[in-house]
Design a protein around this ligand. Sequence first.
Ligand SMILES: [Ca+2]
Length: 149
Amino acid sequence: MALHIFKNVSLSNLLLTDNQDTLQAKFQHIETSMTWTNAQLYCRTHYVDLATITDNTENDFLANILSSLNLNDAWIGLYKIPWLWSDKSSVSWSSVKWEFGQPDNVKGNENCARANNEGLMADDTCSTRLPFYCRENRKIKNARAGSHL
Ligand SMILES: [Ca+2]
């Protein structure tokens, strides 16, 4: 499968803060649409895991990436039951904002969460195919791999 991986260099116009390098190092946006489970597998194979969002700065950063790509939403590492991050860490709800009326579990099996380009989340069916965010980016993974040699 040919995968189009978003290059970090294209993010240089998004944020001009001291945190930019740190944020870019934390996340990798993958434009290829996959089911949540396949996205999780992809992230665990090529990076660390699906993305965990721990504060508003990270949430805003990810929302800005989607906006800059004219994308509506992407999978993040949030799933249930109960709601947990993909690495089983607990959710800090101050950093997760639901869209109005969400989560609604309208299809009865909306066990995965997507984030939109305004930084708001919605529950959705895990078999839906969406772009997604992994953590952490290739630069960190390679650095870690190198340190083990
Ligand atoms: Ca929903």
